[in-house]
Design a protein around this ligand. Structure first.
Ligand code: GMT
Length: 380
């Protein structure tokens, strides 16, 4: 197949999922064309079957808001024709689904038919999408997509509820590549972080409000009052500067390290004993899955798709949003003894294996074929 993937190029989970999926499809012999405003973060090498097309938005004094969506639609039109694409797979509805639908209609005028699959990732529905600013166009674009997928049952339910969406939404979960995310021997690193064999707690995110990074600090504060522990904060974003300042003024400063954005997250996860994800909302929680793949149990909130990924009492625990006492208590329960911790670590990696990239990508591949087939039948 010739596949067009439209995604955000940044470190966010939807861009990661889109890129890893495309790479996996490329490895299977499909030709994959990524269309975005920048080179996807995890596409930083040359590989057969993978192509990247940059969307450029022309400057003009009249444009207070440069029309990215039109530039994207035009680029999609160009690439569908030049690369003879069979299908467009857009990740994150805003504005990608709308841009793809616009391209589809432009192409139809020229006698070119192309089906669209829109994959919903979370905030494109639960935060931004349901906002009246975007809602009507998102709803229309989903209806005009030949296929719609959601990364969890919870997101499917939310989408149906928010938009009273009647069409089928196929749940295809996110996945993890065990060739990369597996526990590696990093004893020297572990010793540097925790010289007295303290437990290592990790949080990774883009430090946006929805991640509730203050709760991470509160949970850690309570944990380290009960047992020796260190906290690694990985990533960067709007809340980081304030949090780091507050941390410097606290008496926990020597126990917390802000590592900033890191490419080799799997190396950091390899020394972890506990992963914290107290998010306000989380359609899936890819970072939690990556932690579990590296044998790190998870304490998370019980919101959105998190309970599907982090099985309460098995791979860690899920607690109510904002209940930092319960999260800390559960964290201590996991960390209290080497035997208990080892059991949770094994459970975490075993459950993560159900999301192996080699199991999930063929589901997407089959869905592409199904949607193309149906579309061909509908246009003859
Ligand atoms: O955090 C976001 O809202 C951005 C979005 C993204 O592009 O990374 O994250 C969402 O998609 C990820 C990949 O499917 C999911 O793992 C995240 O849970 C989801 N984030 C939220 O729902 C808050």
């Amino acid at each position: 197949m010739n596949i067009g993937i439209i995604c955000y190029p940044t470190y966010g989970g939807s861009g990661v999922v889109a890129t890893e999926l495309g790479k996996s499809m490329g490895a299977k012999g499909h030709k994959v064309h990524f269309i975005s405003y920048d080179q996807p973060a995890r596409l930083d090498f040359f590989a057969e079957n993978l192509y990247y097309h940059e969307v450029n938005v022309s400057e003009y004094p009249l444009f207070k808001y440069p029309p990215y969506e039109i530039a994207l639609s035009s680029k999609i039109v160009e690439i569908v024709k030049s690369a003879n694409l069979d299908i467009l797979h857009v990740h994150y509805a805003i504005p990608h689904a709308a841009a793809a639908v616009m391209a589809k209609y432009v192409l139809r005028e020229e006698g070119v038919q192309i089906p669209i699959i829109t994959t919903l990732h979370g905030t494109d529905i639960t935060l931004v999408g349901k906002d009246a600013t975007y809602g009507p166009v998102i709803h229309y674009s989903l209806n005009q997509s030949e296929g719609v997928t959601a990364v969890s049952e919870s997101l499917k339910t939310d989408t149906k509820d928010i938009f009273q969406f009647e069409k089928e939404i196929r749940v295809i979960p996110n996945f993890v590549d065990f060739a990369r995310f597996q526990r590696q021997p990093k004893e020297h690193f572990k010793l540097a972080i925790a010289p007295n064999k303290e437990r290592i707690v990790i949080h990774t995110s883009n430090f946006r409000k929805v991640k509730r990074v203050d709760d991470v600090m509160s949970v850690f504060r309570l944990i380290q009052q009960q047992l020796p522990a260190r906290l690694l904060m990985v990533g960067d974003g709007p809340e980081r500067v304030r949090l780091e300042r507050e941390c410097r003024n606290s008496n926990m400063c020597d126990k917390i390290t802000f590592l900033g954005k890191q490419d080799a997250v799997e190396e950091i996860l390899s020394v972890g004993d506990l992963f914290l994800m107290p998010s306000e909302t989380e359609s899936f929680g890819l970072a939690a899955l990556e932690a579990m793949a590296c044998q790190v149990p998870v304490i998370s909130s019980n919101t959105g798709g998190l309970p599907e990924v982090n099985v309460n009492g098995v791979t860690g625990f899920t607690c109510d949003v904002g209940d930092v006492e319960a999260m800390a208590q559960r964290g201590i329960e996991v960390l209290q003894s080497d035997e208990v911790l080892q059991k949770f670590k094994e459970n975490a990696v075993n459950h993560a294996k159900t999301y192996d990239i080699h199991s999930v990508c063929p589901i997407y591949e089959a869905y592409y074929e199904e949607v193309i087939e149906k579309h061909l039948q509908s246009v003859v």
